[in-house]
Write a protein that binds this ligand. Structure first.
Ligand code: CAO
Length: 428
């Protein structure tokens, strides 16, 4: 029977008590020349312990968590002639360049001898600063993705070890940066380790939030937007609304001011059809829509969604009220279907139930405008003779300036104000 080959820890540069992080072979495994048997780790670097000979593992003498030093017996191998050339080995196991054993080791391994202790330059002369702190599997993974593992400066594993997730995150970050850079030429936001400043907790964004974020980013970068602010006098409208609600039983759905805003907006869109259009993708044509669907931004626990009320011009306040209640409930329960959120012509974002005096909503492209609404407030308004208390509703119209001129925006808002100021005009 051939003599067993003993593989021991080589000279690692006068370092003792090196941690064994991982043992990658077990008895019965066929080991190829230079195959990594174990991962060792000092305070400064992580290193692969390569097989100095090919063979079949008879016994493994170390396990993860052990401490080893130069000369510690690692495995015994039954000699095998299956030694392979280093180039083939390299495809199987990723070994950092500075860890590639020298050619003499190959020669020594081909002729099985007892107690071969290789002194690969990698281990003795390892350059801690350049050595990537990662297992061969992770290095291989990085290589497969074309990632230079040396560029991952710190890992999230024990003692900064680079894990597969670190490689994935590195790729994700590089991709995001590439997208941002290619899309706009603006530099990506730096990644900051906030835990340096205090306790933190990470929470994954909901799918809705992530998709909304991507869409908002795309719109923000592609549309030249202007926001125009104004106020509508809704004193009479509010009195009418209160009177209507007083007629309702307590189980009926209450009429909110938003319904009148929807109606006023649609009437203004009929008057100014460019507000009911979309720019073609090539920016060459304006597509006018003959239907009037209004999107309503609804705040839900999972993020913002925009259900669409269809053919608003053909529906009365009570019908719209029931539809708005049904759709906003569905939205909050996460039960809206994609079709419920498609086909909008303009969106209303109403924060009036919460508060605010003004904000700058972002157009829900390919729509060309969005109407923001904040909280109505009783104010002293000068009528030429005296100050009168009037309920004033702040409105914010953001529009795509490629389609809407500033004067058109102001005229459109004047029309919305006029309808809200005297809702009888909606009948004309
Ligand atoms: N001024 C004063 N009061 C207002 C008001 C305004 N502009 N708008 C609503 N209110 C009052 C309502 O009359 C109601 O009062 P009562 O409780 O006394 O009846 C209360 O505020 C709550 O209204 P509401 O918000 O439930 O109802 P709504 O019809 O006005 O709005 C909806 C419905 C779905 C738009 C709203 O609930 C919502 O989700 N808003 C948030 C939208 C959002 O997040 N936009 C941001 C998008 S941009 O990031």
């Amino acid at each position: 029977m051939a003599a067993l080959i003993e593989i021991k820890v080589p000279d690692v540069g006068n370092v003792a008590d090196i941690d064994v992080v991982d043992v990658l072979v077990k008895p019965g495994d066929t080991v190829k020349l230079e195959q990594t048997l174990a991962i060792l780790e000092t305070d400064k670097a992580s290193m692969d312990l390569p097989a100095s000979a090919a063979g079949i593992v008879q016994e493994v003498f170390i396990k993860s968590g052990d401490k080893v030093s130069e000369g510690t017996l690692v495995v015994t191998l039954l000699p095998s002639t299956e030694a392979v050339t280093p180039s083939v080995v390299e495809e199987e196991v990723s070994i950092a360049p500075q860890e590639q054993p020298v050619q003499q080791a190959v020669a020594a391994a081909v002729a099985p001898v007892e107690a071969v202790v290789v002194k690969p330059e990698s281990l003795a002369g390892i350059d801690a600063a350049r050595a990537a702190h990662a297992t061969p599997a992770v290095r291989l993974f990085a290589r497969e993705l074309g990632v230079d593992i040396q560029k991952i400066t710190s890992g999230s594993g024990r003692k900064g070890r680079i894990l597969k997730d670190d490689v994935k995150n590195f790729v994700k970050k590089a991709m995001t940066e590439a997208v941002v850079q290619n899309g706009s030429g603006i530099p990506a936001m730096p990644s900051i380790d906030f835990s340096k400043f205090g306790e933190i907790e990470e929470q994954k964004l909901s799918k809705i939030k992530r998709l909304t974020g991507q869409n908002l980013n795309r719109v923000w970068l592609n549309l030249p937007m202007v926001t125009y602010h104004d106020e509508a006098d809704i004193t009479e409208m509010e009195a009418f609304r209160i009177a209507l609600n007083a007629e309702k039983s307590k189980d009926d759905i209450k009429i909110t001011g938003l319904l009148f805003i929807i109606k006023a907006l649609v009437a203004a869109m009929e008057q100014f059809p460019q507000f009911n259009s979309s720019l073609s993708a090539d920016g060459e044509k304006l597509i006018f829509k003959k239907y009037l669907n209004i999107g309503i931004a609804v705040d839900t626990p999972n993020g913002l969604v925009v259900p669409v009320l269809r053919d608003v011009n053909r529906k009365g306040i009570n019908e719209l009220s029931a539809e708005l209640a049904e759709k906003s409930n569905k939205a909050r329960l996460g039960k809206l279907m994609p079709a419920d959120m498609q086909g909008g012509c303009i969106t209303i974002s109403s924060l009036g139930g919460i508060g605010g005096t003004a904000f700058t909503p972002i157009v829900n492209a390919p729509e060309v405008a969005i109407l923001g609404v904040t909280r109505a407030k009783m104010q002293p308004v000068w009528n030429g003779k005296e100050f009168l208390p009037r309920l004033m509703l702040p409105l914010d119209l953001t529009y795509d300036h490629r389609v809407i001129d500033g004067a058109e925006g102001a005229r459109f808002m004047a029309a919305v104000k006029q309808y809200l100021g005297d809702i009888r005009r909606l009948l004309l």
